[in-house]
Design a protein around this ligand. Structure first.
Ligand code: MLT
Ligand code: MN
Ligand code: ZN
Length: 306
């Protein structure tokens, strides 16, 4: 299985357009050791030919252009076989509206994520220009299924969604009741080799379901939004704690690093890293702590072969 990190930052990206926090200022001015990052998305492929995107970030066009295997091979064409959505947050879905140039596209999502994106959304009509422009394929938590190529044939990969702690996107709060299908983690398995990728880019707490999803994988991507729960408050950047935003922090006694200390997974990477996270600085003590525990901080363009 081939894996390419298209984008590794949380919503807003790094730097974020309206953010003057020390990280965002430092990366703009090049006064800190850190690399800019676009918003989270990962591409996976069994054969290197047909690719599946995990989430569709607002920077999707730039991410496709930066990775030649995603370029068209004919006058109108895309190697992208489908997009898989893990939740309805705009940093995961906005890119879909950029794929509006009359290309048929398949989207895997839970029923609640599909409804959240399509209902009451006049912009969605741009993906309904002709019959069959979008084919929705339903993710039912706990039910493994083949990841299908655009032709409908099996790709050699299977996918299973797992309900993990999360919440509806901010723009749907108060409109929709929250439920277990709001936010899923993914297990993607290559049938031929048995290799497994676990993908959990938004996780509100480390539950049994989260552990089960990550355990034994050849590669794990986990929510690395915040280092500490009060990061936005301390920085004068917001009034929400990490848990109110359904993100478990990385650091501290209750953080994911400590809670997953014994995790058996060959490769462990943090993704969806918010621009305020000190772990983004290559020379920070927080980065060193994560690396000592066997974790890496994903960066745009990183490629893995499982
Ligand atoms: C999140 O990950 O918490 C959301 O992307 C936040 C947002 O939509 O601004
Ligand atoms: Mn996000
Ligand atoms: Zn910032």
């Amino acid at each position: 299985m081939r894996v390419r990190v298209l984008g590794s930052a949380a919503g807003g990206g790094f730097p974020q357009w309206n953010c003057g926090c020390p990280n965002c200022r430092g990366v703009r001015d090049r006064t800190i050791e850190a690399t800019p990052r676009t918003q989270e998305s990962v591409a996976v492929s069994a054969d290197g030919d047909g690719w599946f995107l995990l989430n569709a970030s607002p920077e999707i066009r730039q991410q496709i252009e930066a990775f030649p295997p995603l370029h068209p091979r004919a006058a109108r064409d895309t190697p992208i076989q489908a997009v898989v959505l893990t939740n309805g947050d705009l940093d995961h879905c906005l890119g879909l509206l950029s794929l509006r140039e009359s290309q048929p596209i398949a989207i895997y999502a839970t029923d609640s994520v599909r409804r959240g994106f399509t209902e009451r959304n006049v912009f969605y009509r741009t993906l309904e220009r002709f019959d069959g422009q979008v084919t929705w394929r339903r993710l039912v938590p706990g039910q493994p299924q083949d990841l299908l190529l655009a032709t409908g044939r099996p790709s050699g990969l299977t996918i299973e969604a797992r309900a993990v702690p999360g919440k509806p996107p901010i723009h749907l709060e108060q409109l929709e009741p929250s439920g277990p299908e709001d936010n899923v983690a993914l297990r993607i398995r290559e049938a031929a080799s048995g290799r497994q990728l676990s993908y959990a880019s938004a996780v509100g707490a480390i539950t049994g379901a989260v552990r089960e999803t990550l355990e034994g994988a050849d590669c794990v991507f986990l929510d690395g939004t915040f280092w500490s729960a009060d990061e936005l408050i301390v920085g004068g950047l917001g009034d929400k704690r990490a848990e109110q935003m359904a993100h478990v922090p990385v650091g501290g006694a209750d953080g994911s690093l400590a809670q997953l200390a014994g995790l058996a997974a060959a490769r462990k990477l943090y993704i969806h890293v918010n621009n305020t996270n000190p772990m983004l600085r290559d020379d920070s003590p927080q980065r060193a702590e994560a690396e000592r525990a066997g974790w890496r901080v994903a960066s745009d363009g990183l490629e893995l072969s499982l």
